[in-house]
Design a protein around this ligand. Structure first.
Ligand code: ADP
Ligand code: MG
Length: 229
């Protein structure tokens, strides 16, 4: 069944500065929307607001997930409902291993095939995914994002996307710092997932945007979202 995420009249200000105002955007599963705009235009802020980051509280507007306003939902409830954010600058979590992080995340997703899986099943799948995103098995024992290169961080965000298969994927410059092969693989992942997932992605790379076969292009400028032809 088609799912919808509608951003209605979103206004976000920070320290008296308007980041965006009365912003409207509607995204459905099967669609790939690209968000562009200059550095500092507010693209990451918009994605953080939708994901529910506590430091990014909207001043007004509604976020309708399948017709229900989720603007008061905490980030974990939004994630459980199928909203996924790949961070532009992922947080480093010292002392939390990749394996424990993923295992803990899966506890919050009762419908996931790996929820409650045995350690053997879990590791089989994670090793398969690590290989698919081009990371070695030893990453299961590394602290999340700590000491990862820029490209490795993006590959691990991509792994989480593939593992969780969200309804809506907000991808904040997931292609930045990646080599051509990895960019092509992510483009392919998006094509494989798009019948059941809606994508809102930020990218400055025209080749990557073309690979993603977008259905809509938007530009954020001076706090307003323009739809590009
Ligand atoms: P973009 O992703 O389009 O480059 P951002 O959403 O990251 O833009 O930033 C929008 C504006 O908000 C910028 O002027 C930026 O400096 C400011 N900003 C973002 N995060 C913070 C923060 N944590 N503290 C202060 N200002 C911030
Ligand atoms: Mg940004």
């Amino acid at each position: 069944m088609k799912a919808t995420l509608a951003l209605q009249g979103l206004t976000f200000r920070r320290e008296g500065k308007t980041i965006f105002e009365n912003l409207e955007l509607s995204l459905s599963t099967g669609e790939v929307h690209v968000l562009s705009g200059a550095n500092g235009a507010g693209k990451s802020s918009l994605l953080q607001c939708v994901a529910g980051h506590p430091h990014y509280k909207l001043e007004s507007g509604q976020i309708q997930l399948n017709g229900e306003n989720i603007v008061d939902w905490p980030p974990e409830k939004r994630a459980q409902a199928g909203i996924f954010l790949a961070f532009q600058m992922p947080y480093e979590l010292e002392g939390l291993t990749v394996a424990n992080f993923l295992r803990t995340a899966l506890k919050f997703f009762p419908q996931h095939p790996l929820h409650g899986a045995s350690a053997t099943e879990f590791y089989q799948q994670i090793y398969r995914l690590l290989e698919a995103v081009g990371l070695p098995k030893t990453f299961t024992g590394r602290s999340v994002h700590q000491g990862f290169s820029g490209g490795e961080k993006k590959r691990f965000e991509w792994l989480q996307l593939r593992l969780l298969q969200p309804k809506f994927a907000l991808l904040d410059e997931i292609d930045s710092g990646l080599d051509v092969d990895a960019r092509q693989c992510i483009g392919k992942s998006i094509q494989e997932m798009r019948s059941t997932t809606g994508f809102l992605l930020v990218s400055h790379n025209q080749d990557f945007v073309t690979l993603c076969q977008p259905t809509a292009l938007h530009q954020l400028e001076n706090g307003h979202l323009q739809n590009l032809p």
